[in-house]
Ligand binder design. Structure first.
Ligand code: SF4
Ligand code: SF4
Length: 77
């Protein structure tokens, strides 16, 4: 799997101000079937670790603070 290198092009972005991973939340990480999300040890917040995504949306829908945004490519909509 490709490491996610360029944050501006990630399919999934996480608003660090809203994310409460530093308080123990791992919902988005747990629900992702591709296992591409992680808690960033530097920030304590969730982030996209691997640049792979099925655009299946449970990470966005289940986040208790609406911190996750999945950008679905135009051709998949
Ligand atoms: S579900 Fe939301 S609040 Fe919880 S770790 Fe993921 S982005 Fe952060
Ligand atoms: S949209 Fe699906 S595959 Fe993509 S990060 Fe969220 S849960 Fe994982």
């Amino acid at each position: 799997m490709t490491f996610a290198e360029n944050p501006t092009e990630f399919p999934v972005t996480i608003d660090a101000d809203k994310c409460i991973a530093d308080k123990g939340c791992t919902v988005c990480i747990d629900v992702c079937p591709l296992d591409v999300l992680r808690v960033d040890p530097q920030t304590g917040k969730a982030h996209m670790r691997y640049d792979e995504c099925w655009y299946c949306l449970p990470c966005e829908l289940d986040c208790p603070t609406q911190a996750v945004r999945v950008s679905i490519p135009y051709l998949l909509r």
